[in-house]
Design a protein. Structure first.
Length: 165
């Protein structure tokens, strides 16, 4: 697992440039004539992304993800024992099997955890089938975890382009 610090402005540039390249190749699921793949957009209030992981294309539809939180202890707790990478891999596969990830490049989850570990808000971006599927599955997985520290987190999932037509 690799940990890195990515500033929100750099993430925006990476997502934009990467999205343009991938969109031009028509690699993502869905009709190429329906426009570029859907992707999450950064927001000023997003916490700094401090954890990242990659997944090889032969192992998952999930290409990788970035995670950050305020306070940082929440992201650290989500990374404990590889929880976040394992959860994101499982929910990405489940949502892909349902067809919910068609024509989606990225999904961002913005969540808030109250004292005691209760999820008080969980929003998927961009709105649509992919964000709904990912957010619903992530909420279920969070309920199985030990109480998490209070805070706000941002989780950005990037999906591999569809392989082989």
């Amino acid at each position: 697992m690799r940990t890195s610090k990515i500033l929100p402005a750099k993430l925006s540039a990476v997502l934009t440039i990467g999205g343009l390249v991938l969109a031009s190749t028509g690699c993502f699921d869905g009709d190429a004539s329906s426009g570029p793949p859907q992707r999450a957009m950064p927001r000023k209030a997003d916490p700094e992304l401090t954890h990242s992981w990659q997944v090889p294309p032969d192992k998952s539809v999930l290409g990788g993800a970035d995670l950050g939180s305020d306070p940082p202890a929440l992201a650290d707790a989500l990374m404990s024992s590889g929880a976040a990478p394992s959860i994101t891999h499982r929910i990405s596969l489940a949502c892909a099997e349902k067809g919910a990830l068609a024509h989606t490049a990225t999904v961002a989850l913005r969540l808030s955890i109250a004292e005691g570990g209760t999820v008080t808000s969980l929003e998927g971006d961009p709105a649509g089938a992919a964000a709904t599927c990912i957010a619903d599955a992530f909420r279920e997985e969070l309920a199985k975890l030990y109480p998490l520290p209070a805070g706000a987190a941002l989780l950005v999932l990037r999906f591999h382009p569809r392989q082989g037509g």
